[in-house]
Design a protein around this ligand. Structure first.
Ligand code: PGA
Length: 264
């Protein structure tokens, strides 16, 4: 059958979009994990996620990245960084470049996480420069957006997220396997999850933004939900229209819990 025949969208962008739309479950370990337990966790995830229909990605802290990448080599599970600097190299004490992440086996990097935006004052412009650097280094950026509780209660959730999208995502990201993670700040690590209708509404808005910005290519960008995703709520969240996977923090630190999300 010729490529694209019988598919709802025609043209290369639509076809590529459909090919790229394999669900993605990414574990964000944040600042957790020493070598022993970290490698054990990675090994358990690799064993349990074998043959998964969804793409699985682990984002350990920097010191474990190379080790986890080696441990996962050949398993089909990817590794990603949790941040990178916008510059290629130089006098930036404590920072890590996108090329360094790529060099030790990362395929992705999380950028603009709300903890980075809050703890390190990262503006949309800073995030955008980091995304550009990631693309140049050959990494797929996972760009995080999301409103605070005050912004949601003030009825400003949508314009806030739109502003973050406008400011954080450069044109170059679309050809680099861009992923967007919608993470309401008030849902991260709190056990609170956004209503399914609110998730659907925001993901629909993000898809519309992607279409407007990138045309047909915008269809192939995966939009992850993040914020207190657990084994018990993952199935319902992952079934919401335009939710193409999850960015998982706390629950990614326990193999059985994370694997239940991967398989849910
Ligand atoms: P959480 O974190 O699952 O612990 O809420 C998600 C994230 O911050 O990526």
């Amino acid at each position: 059958m010729p490529a694209g025949q019988g598919l709802p969208r025609s043209g290369q962008a639509g076809w590529m979009g459909l090919l790229a739309m394999r669900g993605l479950i990414a574990g964000n370990w944040k600042m957790n994990g020493l070598r022993g337990p970290g490698l054990e966790l990675a090994g358990a995830v690799a064993a349990g996620a074998k043959g998964s229909a969804r793409e699985v990605l682990l984002c350990p802290p920097f010191p474990l990245l190379a080790l986890v990448a080696e441990r996962l080599a050949g398993t089909g599970i990817g590794v990603g960084g949790q941040d990178c600097h916008a510059k290629v190299s130089g006098a930036h004490t404590g920072d890590v470049s996108a090329a360094m992440l790529r060099d030790v086996g990362a395929g992705y990097v999380i950028l603009g996480h709300s903890e980075r935006r809050a703890d390190h004052g990262e503006s949309d412009a800073v995030v955008r420069a980091k995304v550009e650097a990631a693309v140049v280094a050959g990494l797929s950026p996972i760009v995080c957006v999301g409103e605070t509780l005050a912004e949601r209660e003030g009825g400003r959730a949508v314009p806030v997220v739109e502003r973050q999208l406008d400011g954080s995502i450069p044109e170059t990201a679309i050809g680099a396997g861009l992923v967007i993670a919608y993470e309401p700040v008030w849902a991260i690590g709190t056990g609170k999850v956004a209503d399914l209708e609110d998730i659907e509404g925001m993901h629909g808005m993000i898809r519309g933004w992607l279409r407007q910005r990138f045309g047909g290519m915008g269809e192939g960008v995966r939009i992850l939900y993040g914020g207190s995703v657990k084994a018990g709520n993952a199935k319902a969240i992952l079934a919401v229209p335009e939710v193409n996977g999850a960015l998982v923090g706390g629950a990614s630190l326990v193999a059985e819990e994370f694997l239940a999300i991967v398989g849910g």
